[in-house]
Design a protein around this ligand. Structure first.
Ligand SMILES: [Zn+2]
Length: 270
């Protein structure tokens, strides 16, 4: 497999893999927390039943929302860290308030940054971290933001990091996973096992020495193949750019020569 030979880049891959394990690990905790929150809202907090037919979240004025959507909105915002201060900046048009009683994902979208557009992908670590950091159902906002910083630092392929950076990043990821309320989830325990291995070994060691399950090995292969695909694409683009530049230079030379000939012929006529 095409692992990096450069130690620094390989360490960066180790951290990216630890983040992927972290993401898969916390997904169960994330989903479970929101499932419980949604059930509590539906059964205990929102006393109004029925369906909104007015597409309230698409309206210009929040004050024009129906009583059902308003009640859901206030109950959800009560768990938003900035619910009171961000009222005017929520991207309500990206949310379908009519789905709040039936779709937990539509509730999760309220906790995304206001600039977020389109469909929510909760398998994406960045989206999950943003939601968790903005929602008071999840503690340790500081630790969540630290993991988001790590993700931002190593997200670019080919990035090189030091031994100290790798230790620090893996330590922070493990510290979050090892919280008591998380360890009850099997997926979190599995992630702890993987990330702990990466404390002292590389993703290459895990793959080549059969230290992880077949399914994890396949995921590593998938990721490396995807990277190779990007590499080939970048190479193809670079080759195309060089050929195009050469063609432009050649055309410029031909035009220049043609002009010179014309000028020269013109001079002779005069
Ligand atoms: Zn409504």
């Amino acid at each position: 497999m095409a692992f990096y030979r450069d130690e620094g880049k390989l360490r960066s891959d180790d951290v990216r893999w630890a983040l992927e394990s972290f993401n898969r690990g916390i997904k169960e905790y994330f989903d479970d927390t929101f499932r419980q929150f949604h059930a509590d809202l539906y059964q205990n907090i929102i006393q109004i039943r029925g369906i909104c037919c007015q597409k309230c979240s698409k309206k210009k004025q929040v004050a024009d929302w129906c009583s059902l959507c308003s009640k859901w909105r206030d109950a959800i915002l009560a768990k938003h860290r900035f619910g009171n201060t961000m009222m005017g900046t929520f991207n309500w048009k990206n949310i379908d308030s009519t789905k709040w009683p039936s779709d937990v994902e539509e509730v999760q979208k309220v906790f995304l940054p206001s600039w977020y557009k389109g469909k929510l992908d909760t398998t994406d670590l960045s989206s999950c971290l943003s939601i968790m950091a903005n929602c008071t159902l999840f503690n340790n906002r500081k630790k969540l933001l630290a993991i988001r910083d790590i993700r931002n630092h190593v997200s670019h392929g080919g990035m090189s990091i030091t031994v100290t950076e790798k230790q620090e990043y893996i330590g922070k990821i493990l510290s979050f996973l090892k919280k008591d309320n998380l360890k009850t989830f099997p997926s979190v325990r599995k992630a702890i096992k993987h990330v702990t291995l990466l404390e002292t070994q590389s993703i290459k060691d895990l793959y080549e020495n059969d230290l992880i399950e077949e399914i994890e090995r396949n995921k590593i292969e998938e990721r490396l193949n995807a990277r190779r695909g990007i590499y080939c694409y970048v190479n193809t683009c670079a080759t195309s750019s060089i050929l195009m530049s050469l063609l432009i230079v050649l055309m410029a030379c031909l035009i220049f020569q043609w002009n010179r000939n014309n000028v020269s012929e013109g001079t002779t006529c005069l």
